[in-house]
Every structure is written in structure tokens, then in C-alpha cells.
Design a protein around this ligand. Sequence first.
Ligand code: ZN
Length: 261
Amino acid sequence: MKISDNKIKRNIFQASSVIRDSKCTVAFTGAGISVESGIPPFRGPDGLWTKYDPVFLDINYFRNNPVKSWQLIKEIFFDFIGKARPNTAHYALSNLEKSGYIHSIITQNIDNLHQEAGSTSVIEYHGTIKNLKCMKCLRRFPSEDISLKRLPPICPECGGLLRPDFVFFGEPIQEEAGQLSRKKAENADVMLLIGTTGEIMPASLIPYTSKNTGATIIEVNISESTYSSKITDIFLHGKASEILTVLAQEVEQERGSHLKY
Ligand code: ZN
């Protein structure tokens, strides 16, 4: 464990106690948790938008220029992100779910890494790269079953244009994901914010829903976010992988010591 700062240690101890006492802890994750899996965030100095024009993810642009759009989608989301593997932060959350301390994860990421790490209760607020969806018949297909050698890919059932099953710019959040996230956020006693800056609407409102219904907000980030001074109760400063590994150990250890007595 590399965490030597006493203040962070104290905060981790406090956070672990809050999580142990919580009946319903929901994690809300953003790009920061996947950075250590080699996935650059979209925003920021090294973000994808410094290299690519975000217009190719605009739904109207996609409809009018499916081949151009698909070339970049393939390069970024399938050739590159599709090969990323979960890191210790993803595994720490999945272990906490197995031992009953994390009830759900709401993620803004589309990389499927929470599920690959073994988490089962995951709401993908912005959809996923794991499936493609036909724009005509609306059937979904596992991405791995569809060849991307010729672009754009077409629906094996009806010949319609296939798109990734994630939310494009200019599109609303899928209703089911939106409603479920709201419900989970309202029911949470504790919300654990991880690697999210709070800049992407409407996802950024979810932690406020929890706060307004009385949840304790624990934030794990490498720097302060738009939440830190407004709603965060316990701020754990550091990389998601390091903080979550220690936090999970602390929560589990306490459980062990309770069992002894
Ligand atoms: Zn179709």
C-alpha cells in the first residue's frame, strides 16, 4: 500500500465505517476509473477530443455519414477500448459487491470493464460497446458476432444500418437506464463517486439525487471535481486503483474482526 498521507488514511477509515453501516451503497463511476486500464478520457489535456473531432459521435452526423463515423468508432471503441482489461479498482468494486457492501454500480463508461471484473448489478447510463443495434428493426447483436471489416456494418436480419448501442451526442439517455439510475440514486444511503468530474449532463445530476434524499457522498478522485465543495462528505484523494484497494481491504477487515466477537 502506497498511501502514506495520514489524512487520506483517516478519511479511508471513516469511509469504510460509513460503508459498513450502510444498507445500500451505490457506486457512480466515470472515465477516471478506466484511465488505469489505458483508456484515455474524452475530456482534458490528453483526452480523445484533442485528437478527434467529437462531431463523428453526433447522431445526425452518424445518420448522414455512417461510413466516416464508423471508421473512427471502430478505431477508438473497438480496436482500442475493446481490448482494454479491468484494473484493480474494477476488481475492488466487484469484490465489495460479492461481500454485500456494494449494491449497484451506475457507470458512465461504455467499456464493459465492470462486468468483466465480475460486477453483476451494473447500470450502463450511456450504453455499451458490447452490443450493436439495428437502426431499422431495433434488434441487438453482440458486437463480437458482427464483422467490422466492411463499414458500415449492416443488420444480418433486415439489412438496416447497425450502430453501437451507446448514447450519441444529440440523443437522450435510454429511458430504462435513466429511470433505474434515478431509483438507485434515491435509495442509496451512501454514494461512492469514483473518477467522475461531474461535467457531463444529465449524468452529473445523479449524485445530487442521492444527496437530496440524505445519502452520504464519498468521492474518490485524483483532483477536486465540481462535486467536492458542494456535496462531498468524505474526499479520498488519489488514484482509483490505490484508494479502492485499500478501502475494500479496510471494509473487509472490519467485517472479519466483527465476526470474531
Ligand atoms: Zn435489422
